[in-house]
Design a protein around this ligand. Structure first.
Ligand code: F6R
Length: 242
């Protein structure tokens, strides 16, 4: 894993956005693997302002998102569909039919998960997967203990992940209990991976990931088995490592 140390959230976001913009210019039909959460919002802001200034063309690109809550319809305000529309899709020219997020309200979530892997295969795989990390080391919604051979699947969210995400809901009861997530094997199939880590709250887990052996109890350690992973981390997140 290559680690790029940056000053702060803004520089992390700019560095990641530049990588994505360069990729789309080199390969206009690139498949972008996208994430939700607080960490990646700055990247999307940078892509939006670049699009406004330079009209970087996403007309032939595709996106596949890592995950979606089970039980929320696409238009639910807290769904990851809504998040992506609000933070990126409605601001750039990525065609709506090229934007893929697992269907959280599918009648058969297990079937939806299977089809999602097929869809990624039909798109010839993800060129660049953007990741954030949970405080317990999760990537996507692959919680500690998830098999490294997992493909897109239905997961029960841990209490800590539900608590971390409760800030987006009005009460804890409303936080979904399950999600559909790309699995660890699905993520590792991406040609390139960029993991973003920002802030003091992520310092302990980042140090663990960088210093520990590969173990299913810290899912992000699996990234050490991938040949092209770049970690972009800011000073606050790197404070325990130094
Ligand atoms: C989101 C996702 C999650 C987040 C992680 C960090 O699609 O898959 O793994 O990347 O929970 O979330 P934030 O960035 O909110 O700290």
């Amino acid at each position: 894993m290559k680690v790029i140390a940056v000053r702060d959230y803004k520089e992390m976001s700019q560095t990641a956005a530049k990588t994505i913009i360069r990729l789309v210019k080199e390969k206009p039909d690139a498949v972008l693997g996208l994430a939700t959460g607080g960490t990646v919002i700055g990247v999307y802001d940078e892509l939006i302002s670049d699009y406004a200034r330079n009209e970087t063309d996403y007309g032939h690109a595709h996106s596949v998102n890592l995950d979606e809550y089970v039980g929320l319809s696409s238009d639910h305000p807290q769904s990851y569909h809504s998040y992506m529309n609000e933070h990126l899709f409605q601001h750039i020219n990525l065609p709506p039919e090229h934007c893929h997020v697992p269907q959280g309200d599918a009648e058969d979530p297990a079937q939806e998960a299977k089809q999602y892997d097929q869809l990624i295969a039909e798109l010839d795989g993800v060129d660049l997967q953007l990741l954030g990390i949970g405080r317990n080391g999760h990537i996507g919604f692959n919680e500690p203990g998830t098999s490294f051979s997992s493909h897109t699947h239905l997961v029960e969210l841990t209490a800590s992940t539900r608590e971390a995400n409760a800030r987006y809901f009005t009460s804890m009861n409303e936080v979904p209990t399950h999600a559909i997530t790309m699995g660890i094997a699905s993520i590792l199939k991406s040609k390139r991976i960029v993991l973003l880590v920002s802030g003091e709250a992520k310092a302990a887990i980042l140090a663990e990931v960088l210093q520990s052996d590969v173990t299913t109890s810290i899912p992000a350690t699996v990234l050490k088995m991938h040949p092209d992973v770049t970690v972009i981390a800011d000073q606050d997140a790197l404070q325990v490592v130094r």
